[in-house]
Design a protein around this ligand. Structure first.
Ligand SMILES: [Zn+2]
Ligand SMILES: [Zn+2]
Ligand SMILES: [Zn+2]
Length: 285
């Protein structure tokens, strides 16, 4: 983390649901020597200075929000020295975005407190089925070491306040499945994270005005029923006109180098470990 008076987004993973390299694939991308062609399952962490002073020694100065808990969260957290989460927000309940939930128990142990989990009610219901042993612990045969999560329902268009930043859940369509993305506003800076979508409804486009940074699904060139093609993502990027757009959730169809070359000005491919830092607006020289 770079830190300071900034709103920061770190890409923990930028790959599609199977990750890159994919199991059993020896294509040029899956065997590439370029580290940017290795992509964990998609998730990001967003941090900014805390509005209230830390209340214990273990609590870092920066408020830290994890967006989605991928199956790769354990290695992602270790790689980025993530030890504390103030909140988990979820876009939807697909396996590549929630299967890391079991590993969040380590954060509970380190922080010695439960973790607030913000998601739509339908996502919370899915999690209760997928992780019955976490959400109905009284039914477990043995008392075991499980994540402690406090579900908090969210609704598109209804902003929530997290540690001094405003998080607005926004409606996206992932094929026929309605999911959410998030717009984050802090100290005059703004970013939006819109993974796993094939289209953006008109009312959502109105909520994406004036962004410093937009992160958008950009799976691959070929059509996919539930994700954006590169062309479609670029068309939305042009329409939304954020100062900078990053694409994410890539399949193994294109190398990072090729993506860098073919994407238009103002649109760049993300990669695992990329940190985007937006300084406090009042500090801009
Ligand atoms: Zn996904
Ligand atoms: Zn491959
Ligand atoms: Zn999905």
């Amino acid at each position: 983390m770079i830190g300071g008076m900034s709103l920061e987004l770190t890409f923990l993973g930028t790959g599609t649901s199977a990750g890159i390299p994919m199991i059993g694939c020896d294509c040029p991308i899956c065997t590439s020597a370029d580290p940017r062609d290795r992509r964990d399952r998609s998730s990001v962490v967003v941090t900014y200075p805390r509005s209230q002073p830390p209340t214990c020694d273990a609590m870092p100065d920066r408020y830290t929000v994890l967006v989605d808990a991928s199956p790769d969260i354990r290695v992602q957290a270790i790689r980025h020295d993530l030890k504390w989460l103030d909140a988990l927000v979820l876009t939807h309940a697909h396996a590549d975005h929630v299967m890391g939930i079991d590993d969040l128990r380590r954060f509970n142990a380190v922080m010695d407190r439960p973790l607030d989990l913000y998601a739509e009610p339908s996502v919370i219901r899915s999690l209760e089925q997928m992780f019955a042993y976490i959400f109905q612990p009284h039914r477990n045969v043995n008392q075991s070491f499980i994540a402690q999560l406090l579900p908090m329902p969210i609704e598109p268009g209804k902003p929530i306040e997290l540690g001094g930043a405003t998080w607005l859940p926004i409606r996206l369509m992932h094929g026929r499945l309605p999911i959410v993305g998030f717009r984050v506003d802090w100290a005059g800076r703004s970013l939006a994270y819109c993974t796993d979508c094939s289209s953006i409804p008109p009312q959502t486009l109105a909520q994406l005005e004036g962004l410093d940074v937009l992160v958008l699904d950009g799976l691959r060139e070929r059509h996919h029923p539930t994700h954006m093609t590169l062309d479609r993502a670029c068309a939305f990027a042009e329409q939304i006109a954020a100062a900078q757009t990053y694409l994410t959730h890539f399949a193994h169809d294109h190398s990072h180098a090729e993506l860098e070359q073919r994407l238009p000005d103002g649109v760049a491919p993300s990669y695992d470990g990329l940190v985007v830092s937006l300084s406090h607006n009042a500090c801009r020289g």
